[in-house]
Design a protein around this ligand. Structure first.
Ligand code: FAD
Ligand code: NDP
Length: 425
């Protein structure tokens, strides 16, 4: 049994939804595109899962956040794909791929062939079982990557008030889920190995601001250590988290966010792999010319810095998907991808954005006590290469993005100039 398509997108996440939008915008014909996803629903805006989805009141649910609503485009519900002649295969896991034969095999044994494929398989969460943590199979240990995980977490948070939660990991998932747990009135302790939260991006001073805000909301922090085991109750639920130094933290619920791994397994030995992802050129072509890769799974050239990176953020997922479709349909008239790294987060009533590269010396500005402050990173050539701002307006953020893109020379009074250095550039 087999079916043939001109274009196949493997994966049905954020990038896939934007790729579909771009294919239709550029006028492909009915029956030419197939999207294969192991998820049960059409592509959606994944960031909603750790924000609006977890709210105690007014929570968002599908179909509200199907792609491409986040940037004001159409909401592509399942019928949209049908109406546009796109074959959307849901609940369908691809179990093997043969890029020479241009063929994929699904878990039901169906073979799907293509002329051109875009790999948009994203990433999978790292699970504590992989670190050999005892008791990691207890129920009420939650991860967050897809809509099923989010629904599980919402259930696990009930009844909320009075429940004790331990959050493992001080990265994006740890910070955003902690905020959601607090909003649901749980008593939360965060545990992570680094000296402060968001250690790969934040300086100690930036982290201090967020940790203080979290403390004011009742969050407790256990830093510089990792957990050793989970204690289970007789019903198989988690009862406590045991840390390496023997400390016991009682827990009714645990949320784990200790990073991800790109889903490259189907293509190892077939496509070039770098930085844990599928290596692509500036048009998202892999080492095999009929296969493209986008989003979290792609290791792509960052023109601005002259190196190869894999970025696990949604703005890049959307833009890389659109760029790859443009390259497939318009060939060499499509310019090289020239991406400015952009990360953001929103928790409680706080909201920050980061642009560029966080290398070199960091200069802080603004007034943390008023909730509006920022930072510039200055590299060894005295150029401002990275910008961070909390509590800005959309004009402020546009200005900060411009600085990171232009990389101007840093004046000696940069800290005093603060945001005005960006807005007057
Ligand atoms: P994904 O969206 O992960 O999609 C991959 C898809 O491929 C999935 O549908 C998966 O099921 C499918 N798939 C994988 N393997 C197979 C297979 N073998 N067969 C069939 N299907 C397969 N980024 C930000 O910049 N800002 C945010 O605020 C933000 N919030 C986030 C909140 C959460 C909870 C999470 C998990 C991520 C968040 N991110 C955020 C990151 C952002 O969502 C990702 O960078 C983005 O989703 C990547 O898109 P993608 O299409 O590459 O991968
Ligand atoms: P991150 O990589 O952001 O953070 C993982 C954190 O867990 C790091 O602080 C890491 O430390 C720490 N860690 C690693 N191992 C352990 C351990 N054994 N015990 C305790 N802590 C540990 O990943 P997340 O899981 O937070 O996020 C998953 C994905 O979702 C990422 O791709 C992220 O970009 C994305 N996401 C993005 C959001 C956004 O952009 N706003 C929001 C939510 C998710 P170390 O650095 O030392 O390894």
């Amino acid at each position: 049994m087999g079916r043939a398509f001109k274009f196949v997108v493997l994966g049905g996440g954020n990038a896939a939804g934007y790729a579909a939008h771009e294919f239709i915008k550029r006028g492909i014909g009915p029956g030419e595109l197939c999207i294969i996803s192991e998820e049960p629903v059409a592509p959606y805006e994944r960031p909603a899962l750790s924000k609006g989805y977890l709210l105690p009141e007014g929570a968002v649910r599908l179909p509200a956040f199907h792609t491409c609503v986040a940037i004001g485009h159409e909401r592509q519900v399942r019928a949209w794909y049908q109406d546009h002649g796109i074959e959307l295969l849901l609940n369908t896991r691809v179990t093997s791929a043969d890029v020479k034969k241009r063929a994929l095999t699904t878990q039901s044994g169906e073979t799907i062939t293509y002329k051109t494929m875009i790999v948009a398989t994203g990433a999978r969460v790292l699970r504590l079982e992989e670190f050999g943590v005892t008791g990691a199979d207890a129920s009420n240990i939650c991860y967050l990557r897809d809509i099923r995980d989010a629904a599980f977490l919402v259930d696990a948070m009930r009844p909320g008030q009075g429940m004790k939660a331990v959050v493992i990991g001080g990265g994006y998932i740890g910070m955003e889920c902690t905020a959601a747990l607090v909003a649901n009135k749980l008593d939360v302790t965060m545990v992570y190995p680094e000296p402060h939260c968001m250690a790969r991006l934040f300086t100690p001073e930036i982290a201090q601001f967020y940790e203080d805000r979290y403390r004011k909301k009742g969050v407790k922090f256990v830093k510089g250590t990792v957990m050793a085991a989970f204690e289970k109750s007789s019903s198989g639920k988690v009862a406590a988290v045991i840390l390496k130094d023997g400390t016991r933290l009682p827990a009714d619920l645990v949320v784990v966010g200790v990073g991800i791994r790109a889903n490259t397994a189907l293509f190892e030995g077939q496509l070039a792999i770098e930085k844990g992802g599928i290596k692509v050129d500036s048009k998202f072509r892999t080492s095999v010319s009929t296969v493209y890769a986008v989003g979290d799974v792609a290791a792509f050239p960052v023109k601005l810095y002259g190196d190869i990176r894999r970025l696990e953020h949604v703005d890049h997922a959307r833009k890389s998907a659109r760029h790859a479709v443009s390259a497939i349909l318009s060939g060499d008239t499509t310019k090289d991808y020239d991406y400015l790294p952009f990360f953001y987060s929103r928790v409680f009533n706080l909201s920050w954005q980061f642009y560029g590269d966080n290398v070199g010396k960091c200069v802080l500005f603004g007034d943390q006590s008023r909730g509006k402050f920022g930072a510039y990173w200055i590299d060894e050539r005295n150029a401002v290469v990275g910008t961070f701002l909390e509590g800005g307006s959309s004009e402020d953020y546009t200005a900060m993005a411009r600085v990171a893109r232009v990389r101007p020379e840093a004046p000696p009074d940069l800290a005093d100039l603060g945001l005005s250095f960006a807005t007057k550039l």
